[in-house]
Unconditional design. Structure first.
Ligand SMILES: Cc1cc2nc3c(=O)[nH]c(=O)nc-3n(C[C@H](O)[C@H](O)[C@H](O)COP(=O)(O)OP(=O)(O)OC[C@H]3O[C@@H](n4cnc5c(N)ncnc54)[C@H](O)[C@@H]3O)c2cc1C
Length: 557
């Protein structure tokens, strides 16, 4: 084992592995240190358009064909059918009430569907992380990264000159010197402990517990409600959210028949459950008993691994980077699976650090401290923003109308970001703020929304009056209007939102484009082919597939 390298990366989830591989492509000498082995179970599975846009950009910029191919369900199936995934056409929400079956009242149902893609081939995916992370770890090794699994790190010492890591592998102690260390080791991460980074938890609002597993034979809602009003996509091929009094449940269907499902329970919700402190399986069954439609969906399901419980899934540190170190988002902070922000945020961070190392490649070979400070500031502000959006959504769960309105804040923000990133891309697009950060219209909204919601609910889950709920929905609709390019918050839609290119064309001025410009650019939203053609000339790096083999230009990405 060599005892020095330029960059050490701790943790080989997709974020650590992908960054390691990009840095190797850029010519850095990288060691990737992993405590466990692949394949291994990991949670955090549902991707989004912004995540896939990052993957496409990474694929194009660094010549990593597989990243581009994994960015839509159609290309994924065509190129990597053995890597398991699920079709995710959008975000589906149902409101359930204790001891009552879900009420299918046609277009008046407590049901919200927001499409994220116009068809199956361009769709997002749920990632079976065991397969996906394994793929990315292999890709890193094939690109020349020194990948060391089953590594137990015991110490990190940082000076102004160097980083010293100590640990052992297969019973053999080692020391590794690096110029820079990136911590991609997730919650309770390595550097957080080694550098005694103070907690930043106090500044956050969201709190939830999780009971979860993977299951087979979960029945689709479409089977239970065959007469359900037709939505913009099949309800179940999505990130399905069941909102309940105690919190909410995610249900993510993979193409091979497995479903990842978990209940997120608020402290108040958990305390109110008689089985709140029982064994995970007892708690799971108690929740199913309370909600008959969810119970029906899981009536024939069997867990594929033991049902597990985590009493608190949030974490947050006070720092995200320094002179010779940086944390990936999941090592720095996590809020909640609601709205699936984790993968997109992590990939954005991969892009940013990759750009920082690109800049450093010709002078110093260590990211400029000013760039690391910029990275840290971005992560701190963005973690706050994600927390406000999600905390507001938990508050809004008191009534479905409030929730549907709050969800519009999130969807308007990401739809605007996706359209502007695709239609008016810039070299520094990865530095654009996540979830509206840096946008003078969008950035203040989550904080203001949380304040308004707490007034309505008295922070005790009260549903408020009809007038209060209507006022809140009207406020959201008005507040997002300068960025609402997707026809959202439209009562006429009855909570069923397809991808609406007509709305986009009608709102062309919000993106600073003429009607003709937007009509011409629409193919970019339909699959990125124009983006690719543009990129072909811009970047001269050779394309490589996951095994590191060079791909000829006409093969992709
Ligand atoms: C309940 C839950 C649900 C989620 N759902 C979603 C979702 O639907 N969509 C979404 O976008 N995001 C979701 N997320 C967030 C998502 O899980 C993260 O964004 C993602 O896992 C980050 O990937 P990563 O590669 O940075 O880290 P991780 O996936 O956490 O990987 C960390 C790696 O580091 C290794 N490691 C840990 N400690 C050490 C050490 N000391 N030394 C060496 N190696 C170490 C681990 O073995 C692991 O391989 C969810 C998170 C949770 C908790």
């Amino acid at each position: 084992m060599k005892d020095s390298c330029e960059v050490a990366i701790v943790g080989s989830g997709f974020a650590g592995s992908l960054l390691a591989r990009i840095l190797a492509v850029l010519g850095y000498d990288v060691v990737l240190l992993e405590r466990g082995t692949h394949p291994r179970f990991a949670i955090g599975e549902s991707s989004t358009p912004l995540a896939n846009l990052s993957l496409e950009r990474i694929g194009i910029r660094y010549g990593l064909a597989d990243c581009y191919q994994l960015a839509t369900h159609g290309r994924w199936l065509e190129n990597f059918p053995h890597i398991r995934r699920g079709l995710k056409r959008g975000f589906t929400f149902y409101r359930h009430h204790p001891r009552e079956p879900f009420a299918d009242r046609g277009l008046d149902s407590e049901r919200l569907l927001v499409a994220a893609s116009p068809d199956d081939s361009l769709s997002d995916t749920h990632w079976l992380r065991a397969d996906v992370d394994h793929h990315f770890a292999r890709g890193a090794a094939a690109a020349g990264v020194d990948y060391r699994d089953r590594t137990e790190l015991t110490k990190a010492e940082l000076t102004t000159e160097t980083v010293l890591l100590e640990g052992s592998r297969a019973g053999k102690a080692f020391e590794l010197r690096a110029n820079f260390v990136v911590d991609a080791s997730g919650p309770g991460g390595f550097l957080g402990q080694q550098l005694s980074i103070p907690s930043g938890f106090d500044r956050t609002h969201t709190r939830s517990a999780l009971v979860f597993s993977h299951f087979d034979s979960v029945r689709p809602m479409a089977d239970l409600f065959p007469e359900m009003a037709v939505g913009p996509y099949p309800d179940d091929w999505a990130a399905v959210h069941h909102i309940i009094d105690e919190g909410w449940m995610y249900s993510l269907r993979f193409d091979h028949g497995t479903t990842s499902a978990g209940f997120l329970l608020t402290p108040r919700g958990l305390n109110a459950l008689p089985a709140g402190d029982a064994a995970p399986t007892t708690l799971w069954n108690a929740l199913l008993q309370l909600y008959p439609t969810i119970a029906a969906a899981f009536s024939e399901a069997t867990p594929l691994m033991p049902i597990s419980f985590r009493p608190l899934i949030q974490h947050r540190l006070a720092r995200a980077g320094g002179r010779r170190w940086a944390l990936m988002p999941h090592a720095f902070a996590f809020v909640d699976p609601l709205f699936s922000t984790g993968i997109a945020w992590s990939l954005r961070a991969v892009e940013r650090l990759a750009l920082a190392f690109e800049d450093a490649a010709h002078h110093g070979r260590v990211p400029d401290p000013a760039v690391v400070r910029r990275y840290e500031t971005a992560l701190v502000t963005e973690a706050d923003q994600i927390d406000l959006v999600v905390a507001g959504a938990y508050e809004a769960m008191a009534h479905f109308d409030l929730f549907a309105a709050q969800a519009m804040l999130y969807f308007a923000t990401v739809a605007f970001a996706e359209a502007s990133q695709r239609l008016t891309p810039t070299e520094s697009v990865a530095w654009n703020g996540f979830l509206g950060v840096g946008d003078q219209v969008l950035e203040p909204l989550p904080g203001e929304s949380l304040r308004r919601l707490r007034q309505i609910t008295s922070s005790r889950g009260e549903a408020g009056s009809n007038a209060e709920r209507k006022e809140f929905s009207d406020w959201v609709s008005h507040a997002i209007s300068p960025r609402n390019i997707a026809g959202l918050a439209d009562r006429g839609r009855r909570n069923l939102y397809p991808v609406d290119f007509d709305a986009l064309v009608a709102q062309h001025q919000l993106l600073g484009l003429s009607r003709d410009q937007i009509l011409e650019a629409i193919p970019r939203l339909r699959g990125g082919s124009t983006l690719l053609a543009d990129a072909g000339n811009r970047h001269s790096l050779p394309a490589r597939d996951a095994s590191g083999t060079r791909v000829e230009a006409n093969q992709g990405p």
